[in-house]
Unconditional design. Structure first.
Length: 91
């Protein structure tokens, strides 16, 4: 499905096609970057959260109260939009 570009067969069917295709591809790309064989090749969790938040920007209209907005808020709580987090990062 991935090689054939069939994102609609990869994304959860419960979304009923109600998602931004570019956002879905970006999320898939992020997920694939997390399964590289060596941990040094994988991105830091801080970077993953930042990239996922960028994906959600395509999904959440300004002023939305959708359930996706809750996810966005949860991601914000994880990194607090702070570039200088000193906590350890998982790889």
């Amino acid at each position: 499905m991935l090689e054939r570009g069939e994102i609609d067969k990869i994304v959860d069917p419960m979304l009923n096609g109600d998602y931004d295709t570019n956002s879905a591809w970006k999320a898939l790309e992020i997920a694939l970057s997390c399964i590289l064989p060596k941990s040094i090749q994988r991105p830091l969790m801080f970077d993953i959260v930042k990239q996922l938040k960028e994906c959600l920007e395509f999904e959440i209209p300004q002023g939305s109260t959708s359930s996706n907005y809750v996810i966005s808020n949860q991601l914000s709580m994880i990194d607090h939009d702070n570039e200088n987090i000193t906590a350890p990062f998982a790889r």
